[in-house]
Design a protein around this ligand. Structure first.
Ligand code: ATP
Length: 414
């Protein structure tokens, strides 16, 4: 089957130009280059995908260097792995020399050996990701599909290539569910059986790799679908026994999308995922995924703030008290409590802080207080704090009112 028309139709002009250059330059070097993986899958589905992966029969580094010389693209190479990355505007191109992989033991990083295109496709996760499109001038656009990935795409199936696949690399368990839920597919029955059999293999995967796959799930458009499915299949407890993929998660993820910036979403989802964990369980979760300190702190703040919500729920609380209580917490932790809190009035106060209070500034600063005759020393700090309280609580609204209040606070004034 020739997919040249789909390549022309779905790839943007700039990418097509690059594809043309790759085809010519690879040919000049006596190499054969193929589009591979997600871009082929998505071309067949008619979905846009600007992250191109290229597998090269020959030497990917040599080809990448040649391309960097003839285009505007920026080049980064990893000679140890025989891979290179070209970045050009909005899209990236990953090049890899065709290789085979073997696994010394489950979960180990693979031993890589130079290989043929067939070896390279056999090492891949699923049939729908194990197709290539040739860019060689003599068969440009030809689909190479040894594992019937196209048929699986038509039937909506995620299928592994062999029965040891999840054992070799259990991150594929998380990947399988991610693709299944993203594409609205099903796990092919034998694949589902192998996946359930090999769930304990997730223990062979490092914390960093597990975290990376979970992050990819949380960057999906509707991660709650994959989370629910991971719960149904019994995968979530392998990551942490207290994690749930229930209706509460679905509802709160949905609310997160309505209320928050896209860039904030993955960490916000993570906060919601741990929202019903105890602090101790949360610590185990942080350790299980080796979360970076900043993210770990956001999760800790989320749970700490949750226990402090009754304080905010008091009807008589002043705006300055809200400010002083919340300014210690990370904004994402506050936002997660806006979404998850069962106290409506506390949620409103959290929102008030995020949208307004945290930006309130006094017009009079320390320098102005000195000009107004304040002595340097602790009184100055006390006066500034008093002014801020007055601003937050609406006792003063203008610079003139602030200055009047400041003068009344001056210990050396009359
Ligand atoms: P998307 O980015 O849309 O999730 P993709 O297919 O581009 O999809 P990548 O994670 O960029 O996904 O991986 C590129 C290709 O590398 C995949 O299509 C697959 O063929 C292969 N691959 C990635 N991870 C694995 C893995 N753990 N085991 C085997 N093959 C993998």
């Amino acid at each position: 089957m020739n997919l040249a028309p789909q390549v022309e139709r779905y790839l943007p002009h700039q990418v097509l130009e690059l594809v043309g250059t790759i085809s010519r330059e690879a040919d000049r070097l006596g190499q054969r280059a193929y589009l591979v993986g997600g871009v082929v899958r998505d071309l067949l589905l008619g979905h846009p995908n600007f992250d191109l992966d290229l597998v090269v029969e020959g030497d990917a580094l040599e080809l990448a260097e040649r391309l960097a010389g003839t285009t505007q693209a920026k080049l980064a190479t990893h000679p140890r792995f025989g891979t290179a990355k070209l970045s050009c505007g909005d899209f990236t191109l990953d090049l890899a020399t065709a290789r085979g992989e073997t696994y010394a033991r489950p979960g180990a990083l693979p031993t890589v050996t130079p290989g043929t295109l067939s070896d390279d496709l056999l090492r891949r996760d699923f049939s729908i990701n194990a197709m290539t499109i040739s860019l060689a001038p003599d068969d440009y656009g030809e689909l190479v599909d040894p594992y019937q990935g196209k048929v699986d795409l038509e039937h909506g199936l995620v299928r592994v290539l062999h029965s040891r696949s999840f054992c070799d690399d259990a991150t594929r368990i998380l990947r399988a569910v991610r693709y299944e839920q993203r594409l609205g597919f099903s796990l092919e029955p034998e694949t589902a059986r192998l996946l359930e059999r090999d769930i304990p293999m997730l223990r062979t995967i490092s914390a960093d790799r597990t975290r990376h796959e979970l992050e990819l799930i949380l960057r999906e458009k509707h991660p709650e679908h994959a989370i629910r499915r991971l719960g149904e299949l019994g995968v979530l407890p392998e990551i942490h026994p207290a994690l749930k993929g229930n209706g509460w998660i679905a509802g709160s993820f949905d609310k997160a999308r309505q209320l928050s910036r896209a860039g904030q979403l993955p960490s916000l989802y993570l906060c919601l995922l741990v929202y019903h964990l105890s602090e101790q369980q949360n610590e185990r979760f942080i350790e299980r995924l080796n979360l970076p300190n900043s993210l770990a702190d956001v999760l800790r703040h989320t749970l700490r703030l949750k226990t402090g919500l009754p304080f905010l729920n008091r009807p008589s609380i002043r705006r300055s008290e809200i400010y002083r209580f919340l300014r210690e917490f990370r904004p994402v932790a506050i936002q997660s409590n806006v979404i998850a809190s069962e106290f409506r009035s506390a949620s409103l106060k959290l929102e008030l802080f995020l949208t307004t209070l945290r930006y309130v500034k006094t017009s009079v600063d320390g320098e102005r207080l000195r000009e107004l005759g304040f002595p340097a020393g602790p009184e100055l700090g006390i006066a500034l704090r008093r002014l801020q309280t007055a601003r937050l609580d609406g006792e003063v609204k203008t610079r003139a009112e602030e200055e009047k209040l400041a003068l009344s606070l001056n210990p050396q004034g009359d």
